[in-house]
Design a protein around this ligand. Structure first.
Ligand code: COA
Length: 261
């Protein structure tokens, strides 16, 4: 398995069959810029091919964040065509995770916002620290979730909870995330990685072929998401004044004033 030469991803490969991938851009709360996304794709492909590792754990570097979303500076430069492409690219990488033949567990150690929540949702299991905050704040920027969030969230939490989160843009605390089925379990911050490793070890006792078919079978029950529609709508919004205002306001650290254009 490829373990080095990444700028923003750390890979740990102890000899227990579990690989830990840490998104490592803590000064920007591990936001997903194109380098992070490219490296994530390479690491997932390498894990898929590896014979030595049966489970991957994904987490974020630092005390504060799992991943605080797609990189808003990069987003702010998108227009309709590039926006639709960027959305499809994120969807593709997260689908590699969801359709991995080997289980991938998210350890949500802090903010999981926008693309961060979507990354966690693409994983097969999610364990959250008590201080995790999970949400899809895209509408506060004048866009919608574009990395599969509009399709995966309703499957996990039901349409009403999903719409409440997506339309308000407000994150939910870990406890509520567990209550609505968004995460499997909440644990104290210093126990959450151990819990993920315990679960990973249990999984590793089982037949790899059966695990792979189990993922395929469960995914086939929930695979009808209309990702192309999400990407097209995301792209449309990238041409709007509201999107320019929302992303500029974030970067200028002020409140956005939307006009509905
Ligand atoms: N993209 C790019 N940069 C981001 C980012 C993102 N999604 N999230 C955080 N950052 C950067 C900030 O701009 C800041 O950079 P700076 O130090 O160069 O100014 C740094 O990370 C720390 O973030 P800051 O906002 O100062 O931390 P905070 O504790 O005050 O607030 C959050 C934390 C998570 C509430 C806030 O960073 C936030 O709202 N982030 C954006 C979340 C979002 O909308 N994600 C969806 C994107 S589609």
């Amino acid at each position: 398995m490829k373990t080095d030469s990444f700028d923003h991803i750390l890979i740990e490969t102890p000899e227990d069959g579990i690989v830990t991938l840490t998104i490592n851009r803590p000064d920007k709360l591990n936001a997903l810029n194109s380098t992070v996304l490219n490296e994530l794709e390479q690491a997932i492909s390498s894990f898929e091919k590896s014979r030595d590792f049966g489970v991957m754990i994904i987490t974020g570097a630092g005390e504060k964040a799992f991943v605080a979303g797609a990189d808003i500076k990069e987003l702010s430069a998108l227009d309709r065509t590039r926006g639709e492409k960027a959305s499809a690219r994120g969807q593709h990488i997260f689908s590699l995770i969801e359709n991995s033949s080997k289980p991938i567990i998210a350890v949500v150690n802090g903010y999981a916002l926008g693309g961060g929540a979507e990354l966690a949702m693409a994983c097969h299991l999610r364990y959250a620290s008590e201080k995790a905050l999970i949400g899809l704040p895209e509408v506060t920027l004048g866009i919608i979730p574009g990395y599969g969030g509009t399709q995966r969230l309703p499957l996990l939490v039901g349409k009403a909870n999903a719409l409440e989160m997506i339309l308000t843009g407000q994150p939910v605390k870990a406890e509520k995330a567990e209550a609505i089925g968004l995460v499997n379990k909440v644990l104290p911050a210093n126990e959450v990685m151990d819990q993920a490793k315990k679960t990973a070890s249990k999984i590793l006792n089982n037949g790899p072929l059966a695990l792979s078919k189990a993922i395929q079978a469960v995914n086939s029950a929930t695979a009808d998401g209309n990702f192309a529609k999400e990407a097209a709508l995301f792209g449309q919004l990238c041409d709007s004044d509201d999107f320019k205002e929302g992303t500029s306001a974030f970067l200028e650290k002020r409140k956005a004033e939307f006009r509905g254009n």
